[in-house]
Design a protein around this ligand. Structure first.
Ligand SMILES: [Zn+2]
Length: 54
């Protein structure tokens, strides 16, 4: 699964692709804005995956 920094708080799916989704934690839900902490963590994770290392 690709998580975007602005993905749903519960499942990480981007707003545009999100309709009704089910997760064990949140059940059926609509896209919910992620917390600042989640955005930061996802950006760091993505940078770690795609970033160039010397
Ligand atoms: Zn979701």
């Amino acid at each position: 699964m690709t998580t975007t920094p602005n993905g749903c708080r519960h499942c990480g799916i981007d707003h545009h692709q999100h309709a009704q989704r089910w997760t064990a934690a949140a059940g059926w839900h609509r896209w919910t804005p992620p917390t600042q902490q989640q955005i930061k963590a996802r950006m760091l994770a993505r940078r770690a995956r795609t970033g160039r290392r010397p």
